[in-house]
Design a protein around this ligand. Sequence first.
Ligand code: C2E
Ligand code: SIN
Ligand code: SIN
Ligand code: FE
Ligand code: FE
Length: 413
Amino acid sequence: MLTEQQKMEALVDLSMELHQVKDIDILMENILTWARNFAAADAGSIYLKDGNRLKFSYTQNETLQRRLHPGEKLIYSTFEIPVDRTSIAGYVASSGEQLHIADTENMDPALPFRFNRAFDEASGYWTQSLLTTPLKTSRGDVVGILQIINCRTAEGRKIPFPPDTERFMAVFAGMAAIALERAKMMREMILRTIRMAEMRDPKETGAHVNRVAGYAIEIYESWAKKNGVADTDINRNRDILRMAAMLHDIGKVAIADAILKKPGKLTEEEYEIMKRHTILGARLFSDKSSDFDDAAAEVALNHHNRWDGKGYPGHVDPENETPLPGHKGPDGHPLGKSGMEIPLYGRITAIADIFDALSSRRSYKEPWTEEQCLKTMEENRGTIFDPELIDHFFQCLPSIRQIQQRYREEDSP
Ligand code: C2E
Ligand code: SIN
Ligand code: SIN
Ligand code: FE
Ligand code: FE
């Protein structure tokens, strides 16, 4: 249990954190981790509001997590419920009021909702105390709800949430709501940028970039943990990589529709033009100097380099598209970048992008079966792909499949 003083300090830390741009998926993870630490809660979930629906968007559960192998992630599926008074989450979202249920087995029968035991039954978990707080901005807009489950004593006994936790959660949720709103705007801005430029079919684009970004950070996290990167650095880098990976193909805005949307195979000339999307993308971020701009430029420039050096655009200066000093090949073109010459985020995004391209429909190809995709990924270990990172890709498969489900084409915004 945290002391009152520690809780205040944590709130101050959070408000500082709020002033940084965050990706929404990573933000939800941070919010729930903080909330559970605050409240000594075993589990929790976040539902985000989308019109008159509430979408179960993120969850943590320490007890269920402990039953998994170390490093394995809790698999959950997203679902939606209406914003109305028939469920606990719906009630809180529609009333805008916090709701504490001390014991789900002893609820006032006069309440308009009942506790839905279906999730417990499916997971073999027992929900006893349940504190549900609206994620409500100072303007009174409800962005979603924050639910924390099973307050525990130091000995692990399940107890109701104490009154001071209710108050803290209300303040905390207000701050979290603002951060979520901002992150949502950031995500939408990125998606809108991509869509406005009409890179390709708008339906495909939102889902594709979300999947590539999702796969990329799974691979990064697995790699970073294995290589002893500090948790605070992992958290920060994931946030940056997620947004950078969403923008990996942003350079395609400059490629003509006749090439981009061509229903068949590209000619050699067309393909040469298409390849410039790497350089053009990198240029968009070159005059900025934040870590995010650096990462976005790195990803855009390097996601088509291959481990064996046969990819593109190699050792090129994106500003003038000429070989970097000392890297001019005999034909006058830049020499290929290979192995560790290719920056990490580029090597990671190559894996994420190609896996998604293979498993998706394109104007020029049908989707491949998972078996075919995985075979190609494995076969290109050490040719296209960094062998160490491809091992992490395979270790992350359960999470990668989950992301694939989560961002199906029809779900794209
Ligand atoms: P993309 O569709 O996002 O594909 C990204 C990368 O996935 C490709 O990079 C390639 O490495 C891999 N990939 C995609 N489809 C296949 C496939 O059927 N077989 C194999 N072995 N690998 C595949 P690449 O080739 O450098 O292409 C970059 C981008 O150029 C593609 O992005 C796509 O927008 C465009 N493109 C490539 N080939 C064609 C084509 O034949 N027709 C059209 N219309 N566009 C193409
Ligand atoms: C609900 O809030 O009614 C659904 C989720 C839960 O019961 O934990
Ligand atoms: C090419 O490699 O020449 C075109 C891209 C592809 O179809 O894979
Ligand atoms: Fe690309
Ligand atoms: Fe792509």
